[in-house]
Design a binder for this molecule. Structure first.
Ligand code: HEM
Length: 66
């Protein structure tokens, strides 16, 4: 969950909630442009964005050096 399976979409798991929420607001306002994410974000309320950001931020990820 939150680790992308599409090579052209980013991982969201474990990113700071503040960052995720700022990106979703930017897609919603059009400040950050991306066709798919604009559609995803356009109907999100501020509460929706806060909840999504908190959810993805709370996923624990484990990073290992190569
Ligand atoms: C629960 C649904 C989703 C949420 C909360 C979400 C959230 C986000 C966020 C926060 C970013 C910015 C990531 C960053 O800056 O590193 C992002 C980017 C992106 N998402 Fe989503 N996303 C969702 C669904 C999808 C779906 C269904 C797709 C594709 C089918 C998708 C494709 C992408 C792509 C390609 C980007 C990078 C766009 C760019 O270059 O600006 N996302 N998403």
């Amino acid at each position: 969950m939150g680790i992308s399976t599409a090579p052209d979409a980013p991982n969201l798991a474990g990113q700071p909630a503040m960052y995720l929420a700022a990106q979703l607001r930017a897609y919603r306002s059009g400040e950050r442009r991306h066709e798919v994410m604009a559609v995803m974000a356009k109907n999100l309320s501020n509460d929706d964005i806060a909840h999504l950001a908190a959810w993805f931020a709370s996923i624990r990820i484990d990073v290992k050096a190569p």
